[in-house]
Design a protein around this ligand. Sequence first.
Ligand code: HEM
Ligand SMILES: *[C@@H]1O[C@H](CO)[C@@H](O)[C@H](O)[C@H]1NC(C)=O
Length: 252
Amino acid sequence: MQILTLFALATAALAHPPAALAYSHHDHIGVVTKPYLKAGRTDSRSPCPLLNTLANHGYLPHNGRGITVENIGDAVLAATHWSSDFGTIPATNAFAGLNKTVIDLEDLDTPAGTEHPASLTRLDSPADSNDLNMWRLNALLGDSKTSYLNVASLAKSRNRVDGLSPALTAAQESTSQAEAALLLTLMMDGGVPAAADATEAFIAGSKAPKNRVRAWLKDERFPIAEGWKPSTRLVQFADFSPFSDAIKTAQG
Ligand code: HEM
Ligand SMILES: *[C@@H]1O[C@H](CO)[C@@H](O)[C@H](O)[C@H]1NC(C)=O
């Protein structure tokens, strides 16, 4: 219901787009206050680079254990200044699939926890999806001939990894497109505008610098040294769906 409400609001807003972007990345004042500490051998980690990053910075328990939906929502908001919905909506879905109210991050590494084949940076099951595959990361970066990833390169990447795996279900395909859009929107220069302000040209021109993407996914740390900052604008769940739609369209 909440998702439907948000999408309905976004659609209504898109009918009357304002003339100019109200947001500029020069307004950034956000800072990551919690230091990065690489995961140790006994720490629990997931197939999700953002959840692992939140644990590595201590926004989630560093051992990755005993985590609730609310913990995830709070951690997303505190670290990124994106709405807690970005944590609670996917987490509610995954926890329901697992039939759990408290999880260790590694519990997400099953289809019930929304893990799926044809990941951008993980091998298919039965390999451990909690660990990055360097070959897949390099191929993801190699799909763009420029110094950044964008909608076009991510669509190319999605089609490439889809071709390496058994066909995804329709739900898994749209989850995968959403994940590709989350990658772009979290890493891109300039921050995420309100859905109503995200013109087609703006979306097509959005750039996630490769060095920033590489540092995030490889180390599972917020790539502050590479220019990443938390959003100053509170990003709403509906704001990333135009990016997800654009990736889907670009996949052909
Ligand atoms: C701002 C919030 C989030 C961002 C930016 C984010 C980002 C991503 C990205 C980029 C991937 C794709 C990794 C790949 O294909 O190699 C991914 C995968 C995944 N995420 Fe997240 N995520 C977020 C929130 C969540 C939440 C709240 C959950 C659930 C508790 C979750 C669970 C997963 C899972 C299970 C996968 C693995 C899917 C697969 O098999 O590839 N994510 N996430
Ligand atoms: C879900 O977990 C609860 C508590 O552990 C258990 O009683 C219940 O049978 C489980 N339900 C399903 C559908 O597995």
